[in-house]
Design a protein around this ligand. Structure first.
Ligand code: SF4
Length: 355
């Protein structure tokens, strides 16, 4: 028995999720909102993206507004979503749409792929959802549904081209945009990684993994290689007037263009005993007992947090600045830096004396 797109679309018509970037039934989707949401959703959950998306759209309501914004504003609006190269690409893409395409997104997969930061998945998703093109948009949810549907033994990521072929073969002539969204919704709400709700699935009859009782074992994945843990030191320096010493990371590379407190290099062989020589100013630094841990895509990081206080007249070393406490929220800190700051500033709070 072959899975039919019509069964999935009938299910979607009854159970589609209402999402802030999604058009209502019968309405045309706004390519700008579809594109921005797809970039935000990469590696992040819908629940985490929703509030960012609303704020982002209020601040940059059109692709032209985003293109015209200073990059610090864009990084600040993105802060906390992680994967900051996406924010830089998002901004570059908005500028390319305005400068090269008169403010209108190209309406084909190839045209979309020519823009900065748009890969195969995003091009397929935007082409299908915003322009109703017969395109495949294969994300993790879709991979799970398809590998289960066909009980695919091929290992990811090598299986991706085959999964794409399956999706293209399933695509209906009418409503390819709804089909793409239906497949995403099925993966997110019914065909979940643990305990999929097969009894409610419109494809339960043709699903091979369900008939074998092996649903949860798919998709098959090749073993992952993760890098060695890197170590480093972060320095939270607060003046008596509350201002905190911060700097901006170089525009390219990991967390490029984001704000941070001064840190050492992050290396797997970093020796914390010598951290004082990486401090932004020589003084008595207090090392906090618990480090901040964070996991990047390619390596885990462990940062020892050092705190120090300085007179209100202290000047920032070259390339750094003291940001008043009330303005700290306006700095585009990554979630890693927010963890460091939270821990550091808590430790620097004056304690009531025991007497
Ligand atoms: S029947 Fe179950 S395993 Fe198969 S696609 Fe539906 S939810 Fe997923």
């Amino acid at each position: 028995m072959t899975p039919q797109a019509s069964d999935l679309l009938a299910w979607y018509d009854r159970h589609r999720r209402a999402l802030p970037w999604r058009a209502l039934p019968g309405e045309h989707a706004d390519p700008y909102r579809v594109w921005a949401s797809e970039i935000m959703l990469q590696q992040t959950t819908i629940a985490a993206v929703k509030p960012y998306f609303e704020r982002f759209m209020a601040r940059f309501p059109t692709v032209a507004a985003l293109a015209a914004a200073p990059s610090e504003d864009v990084m600040q609006a993105w802060a906390g979503l992680g994967y900051y190269s996406r924010a830089r690409n998002l901004h570059a893409c908005a500028r390319a749409v305005v400068e090269l395409h008169a403010g209108r997104f190209p309406d084909t997969e190839d045209g979309l792929r020519s823009l900065p930061g748009i890969g195969a998945y995003t091009a397929g998703a935007v082409a299908a959802i915003a322009f109703d093109r017969p395109a495949a948009a294969v994300d993790g949810n879709v991979e799970r549904v398809v590998t289960r549907l066909f009980a695919m033994e091929d290992l990811l990521p090598g299986a991706k081209p085959l999964i794409r072929e399956h999706v293209l073969a399933l695509l209906p002539k009418a409503r390819p945009g709804d089909f793409a969204q239906a497949l995403m919704d099925l993966g997110a709400t019914i065909c979940t990684p643990r305990s999929p709700a097969c009894a409610l699935c419109p494809w339960r009859e043709p699903c091979r993994a369900r008939s074998q009782g092996t649903q949860e074992t798919f998709p098959r994945k090749a073993a992952k290689k993760t890098g060695a843990t890197r170590h480093g030191a972060a320095f939270v320096l607060q003046r008596e007037d509350g201002a905190v010493l911060v700097r901006t990371r170089p525009p390219k590379g990991l967390l490029g263009g984001m704000a941070e407190v001064p840190t050492s290099e992050w290396r797997s062989d970093y020796e914390i005993e010598g951290a004082a020589q990486d401090a932004p100013v020589p003084m008595r630094w207090r090392k906090l007992p618990i480090p901040v841990r964070h996991v990047f895509t390619h390596f885990p990081l462990e940062l020892a947090v050092f705190v120090g206080s300085a007179a209100a007249t202290t000047r920032a070393p070259e390339g750094m600045r003291f940001t008043p406490l009330a303005k700290l929220r306006d700095e585009p800190f990554s979630s890693l830096m927010l963890k460091v700051l939270e821990m550091g500033l808590e430790a620097l709070k004056p304690r009531p004396s025991a007497s």
